[in-house]
Design a binder for this molecule. Sequence first.
Ligand code: CMP
Length: 145
Amino acid sequence: MPKSERTLVLVKPDGVQRGLVGEVVRRFEARGFRIVGLKLMRAPKATVEEHYAEHRGKPFFEGVVEYLCSDPVVVLALQGHNAIRACRAMMGATDPADAAPGTIRGDFATSIEANIVHGSADTDAARRELGLWFNASDLVNGGSV
Ligand code: CMP
C-alpha cells in the first residue's frame, strides 16, 4: 500500500542562482508530488547547522554550512506517495560524478557542494527538517499529512 508522506527539499544557492528553481519544482510536480510549503529565504546559520547536525565534525561540515548561508535558498515541503524515497531518487547521487543522467544532479549539478538540491534521507529526518524550516501553520493542512 503506497503511503502519503511529506519531505523537505532545499534548492541550494547554485540552483537558485542558475535559475533552476522552476525546473526542479516542475519535475517534482510532474511526478505527482504536491507542494504543501514553499519559500525563498536567506538561511540563518543556526538553522543550517541544525539541519546538517549529523555531519558536525566531518571535514566538509563548515564548508557546506557556509555555502548554504551564502545566498538565498528555496525551501519546499512536498507531499505524495513515498515522497521521501522517491524525491531522493529523482535527485540522484550526492556526488554529481556518480549521479545518473535524468536525475536532477545528473543533469545539472557541478560539484558535490554545488549539487542543486537536498532531500530528507528518511522519515525521522523529514519530520525533523520540516519542523526546522517551517511552522506547521504555514503548511497546507498544518502538520498533518
Ligand atoms: P546534502 O544531501 O545536502 O547533505 C550534505 C551535503 O554536504 C551534501 O548534500 C553535499 O552537498 C555536501 N558535501 C560536501 N562534501 C561532501 C562529502 N565529501 N560527502 C558528502 N556530502 C558532502
